[in-house]
Design a protein around this ligand. Structure first.
Ligand SMILES: C[S@@+](CC[C@H](N)C(=O)[O-])C[C@H]1O[C@@H](n2cnc3c(N)ncnc32)[C@H](O)[C@@H]1O
Length: 237
């Protein structure tokens, strides 16, 4: 059974067996430029649901579309992959990744690409695991929506992010996260991984009012790059 509704409304998701297709519009106040349809399933956990962080990051990609056009982009922990699909729509060469053991999530990504007639690579990439996939692409922009939700996974995630930033000079990690504790999470992680946050935005500040009205919580967007100074200091020790 399926249902279709606008802008991430989750009508019908109360039924855990139900698959739904949500529609997400991008454009300015005058005109919708395009819509992306996402297949969601509440029966499965994390990866088959469009999390609010993903709506914020996708909107940011749309607003920054000139920067994305023609560039190579990798989305980590992509799940239903809305930000990566928007990047593909505005002309990025996109690789969508998620936990290599979660085949249902990877299959759903392929279905969603087909549904939107977008060509993206889909690969299993488990954070902190060094198999062939991590050496196979050279992103200019790394995306991650709501990938900072389980502190036990932070080290693996940032090992992968730091490796990618080091192997691809000039690259940037753009992430949205739900700051549930209110603590200085990003500051702590930056020092630990020799990274630096070059932009920190309140997610709601960039959302159009119709999208903001449907979300709640403290969502932040961070742009993170390698901290060359700290890398040099550490390597001199
Ligand atoms: C909270 S969901 C966010 C999904 C999507 N980015 C969004 O915002 O809608 C977290 C995602 O991270 C993925 N994930 C969790 N642990 C992972 C790991 N160790 N390696 C790779 N992906 C992982 C999950 O499968 C899931 O898709």
């Amino acid at each position: 059974m399926s249902s279709e509704d606008d802008d991430g409304d989750k009508e019908g998701l109360a039924n855990p067996e139900m698959t739904t297709v949500s529609r997400h519009d991008f454009g300015d106040s005058e005109k919708i430029a395009f819509s992306i349809s996402i297949i969601e399933n509440m029966k499965e956990d994390y990866g088959l649901f469009v999390w609010p962080c993903s709506i914020v990051l996708a909107e940011y990609v749309w607003q920054q579309r000139l920067r994305f056009s023609g560039n190579s982009v990798v989305e980590l922990g992509a799940g239903t992959c809305l930000p990566g699909l928007v990047a593909a729509k505005v002309g990025s060469h996109v690789t969508l990744t998620d936990d290599a053991n979660r085949l249902e999530v990877l299959d759903n990504m392929r279905r969603v690409c087909d549904l939107n007639k977008l060509k993206c690579k889909v690969l299993g990439l488990t954070w902190g695991v060094w198999d062939a996939s991590i050496f196979s692409f050279h992103p200019k922009i790394i995306l991650g929506a709501d990938v900072l939700y389980d502190a036990r996974a932070f080290d693996d995630l940032f090992a992968t992010v730091a490796f990618m930033l080091q192997s691809n000079p000039g690259s940037v990690f753009i992430t949205t996260y739900h700051n549930r504790s209110g603590h200085h999470l990003i500051e702590f992680l930056m020092v630990k991984w020799a990274l630096k946050c070059v932009k920190l935005l309140d997610g709601f500040s960039l959302l159009p009012s119709n999208k903001a009205a449907k979300l709640s919580g403290n969502i932040q967007l961070a742009e993170i790059v390698l901290n060359h100074k700290q890398v040099e200091e550490t390597s001199c020790l």
